[in-house]
Design a protein around this ligand. Structure first.
Ligand SMILES: [Fe+2]
Length: 407
C-alpha cells in the first residue's frame, strides 16, 4: 500500500496527547458547585489580600458551610503580586501543619502558580523548591513522567481574572525574589483537578488589567494555533476563543458584564489550547521583557503580537528553517475566515491590523516607550533579552526559527 493512499491516517510518528482538568465548571455562580463536590472535608484556601478584601474568600467559605458534611478550613492570603519562592515556602509551612484533602486557589495567575507548586511540594516533600526550575522545565519531557500529585489533596482553581489559563494548563511561573529571576515551570501533573470558571468574580477587575489580560489570552489563541505543536484538538479551541475575544474584548473593557463573562470562558478555552499546543515568539520575548522592566505580561504580549504575526508571515530567508509544514498564510486565512475578518489580499496583515485595532479600542500601549521604559535602558537590555528569549523553549514551538538579531 502506498504511503499516500487516502485510507492511511497520516502520522508524525510521535505520541500526542490532550490533557485538561477532569472537571471544569463554567457559568455565572458556578462557585456553588463547591457545596456539591464530593470528598471535601479539610480545605486549605490560598489567595491574596486584594481578593480577600473583595469578600471572595468569605463567599467561598459561606458556600462550603452549606455542605452536608462539616468542613475544616484554613486560609493563607499572603500571596504577593508575583509567585515568589518566599510565598510558596510560607504557604507550605501552613499546609504541612493543616494537612488538607483539598486546596482551593482563588485569585489571579500568581495565586494559582503558588498553589500549583505548593501542591506538588506538599505531596512530595522530597522535592526541594530550589530544584523546581531545573526539574520542571522541558514540557515535552514532562508529559508522562514525574511525580504524581493528587493522592493527598485535589487542587481546585477559581480564577478571579481572565487571561492566564493557569486554571487548566500545565504551566506556572516561579519568581526567585532574591535574584529577580522568573522561571517558567511546565509539568502535566500540575494541571489542577478542578477548575471553576465563574465570571461573577471578574466584574470588579480594573479595565486596564482587563485589557492586559485580554491580550494575554488573544496571544495564547493565536500562538497556539500557529505553533509547531498545534493539533486537531487545540485548533478548534483556538478558533473558538479567537472568535469570542474579537467580538467581546472592547465591550468587556468598557464594562459590559456579558462580554466579560464570555471572555472568562474564552480565556480558559485558550488555556486548554496553549496547555497542549504551546506558544511561540510572543511569549519567548514577553516573559523576558515583562520580567526585566516589570510590565504586565499581557501588555507586553499585546504590543508584540502584531509585529510577530507579520514576522511569521514573511517567508524565511536563506538558511532559516520554517519549522511547521503547514502553510502559515493558510493558517492566518483560516483565522480570518472563522472570526469574520476580511482577509483582503493578505490575511496576516488583516489579522495584525485587527490586533492593532483592539489595542486602540482598549486604549492600550502600542510600543514600549509608552510603557515608560527609558530608551537607553531598553537599548542596554535588549541584546541579552533576545539571547535568553531565543534559548526559551517557546522559540522552539514558533513556526519560524528566529535569529538573535531578528528578535
Ligand atoms: Fe501569556
Amino acid at each position: 500500500m502506498s504511503e499516500t493512499t487516502p485510507f492511511q491516517i497520516p502520522t508524525t510518528g510521535d505520541l500526542h496527547w490532550f490533557k485538561v482538568p477532569p472537571k471544569v465548571f463554567f457559568e455565572p455562580f458556578s462557585i456553588r458547585y463547591l457545596a456539591e463536590l464530593k470528598d471535601l472535608s479539610k480545605i486549605f484556601i490560598v489567595s491574596d489580600r486584594m481578593v480577600y478584601k473583595l469578600g471572595y474568600v468569605e463567599r467561598i467559605m459561606e458556600i462550603l458551610k452549606r455542605r452536608r458534611n462539616q468542613v475544616e478550613i484554613e486560609i493563607y492570603i499572603d500571596v504577593p503580586i508575583e509567585p515568589t519562592t518566599k510565598a510558596i515556602t510560607e504557604a507550605l509551612n501552613v499546609i504541612n501543619t493543616f494537612n488538607p484533602d483539598n486546596i482551593i486557589a482563588i485569585g489571579g495567575g500568581s495565586v494559582m502558580c503558588v498553589a500549583k507548586i505548593m501542591w506538588m511540594l506538599y505531596e512530595h516533600p522530597e522535592i526541594k523548591i530550589k530544584d523546581i526550575p531545573t526539574q520542571f522545565v522541558n514540557i515535552k519531557e514532562n508529559v508522562f513522567n514525574g511525580p504524581e500529585v493528587g493522592e493527598k489533596a485535589r487542587l481546585i482553581c477559581v480564577p478571579t481574572t481572565s487571561g492566564t489559563g493557569c486554571e487548566v494548563s500545565p504551566f506556572c511561573i516561579l519568581v526567585d525574589e532574591k535574584t529577580n529571576t522568573t522561571y517558567p515551570i511546565a509539568h502535566y501533573n500540575l494541571i489542577p483537578s478542578v477548575a471553576i470558571i465563574d465570571p461573577e468574580f471578574t466584574y470588579t477587575v480594573p479595565k486596564r488589567t482587563f485589557a492586559d489580560n485580554g491580550f494575554d489570552m488573544l496571544s495564547h489563541s493565536i500562538e497556539a494555533y500557529i505553533s509547531t505543536y498545534a493539533n486537531d484538538y487545540s485548533n478548534g479551541m483556538c478558533l473558538e476563543a479567537l472568535q469570542l475575544i474579537f467580538k467581546n474584548l472592547v465591550n468587556g473593557y468598557n464594562g459590559c458584564s456579558c462580554a466579560r463573562a464570555v471572555l472568562h470562558n474564552a480565556s480558559t478555552i485558550a488555556g486548554m489550547a496553549h496547555g497542549n499546543a504551546y506558544l511561540g515568539l510572543v511569549h519567548a520575548l514577553a516573559y523576558k521583557i515583562a520580567n526585566h522592566f516589570h510590565i504586565h505580561h499581557g501588555r507586553v504580549a499585546g504590543i508584540l503580537l502584531p509585529h510577530i504575526i507579520r514576522y511569521n508571515a514573511k517567508a524565511p530567508v536563506e538558511g532559516q528553517s520554517q519549522l511547521k509544514k503547514y502553510d502559515i498564510m493558510e493558517r492566518f486565512s483560516k483565522i480570518c475566515d472563522r472570526t469574520g475578518l476580511n482577509p483582503g489580499n493578505n490575511a496576516s496583515e488583516s489579522l495584525a491590523s485587527e490586533c492593532e485595532l483592539l489595542l486602540k479600542g482598549t486604549e492600550s500601549a502600542t510600543g514600549f516607550a509608552q510603557c515608560g521604559i527609558d530608551e537607553k535602558e531598553w537599548k542596554d537590555a535588549i541584546h541579552n533579552i533576545a539571547i535568553t528569549a531565543l534559548e526559551s523553549q517557546y522559540s522552539n514551538y514558533n513556526p519560524k526559527k528566529a535569529t538573535v538579531t531578528e528578535l
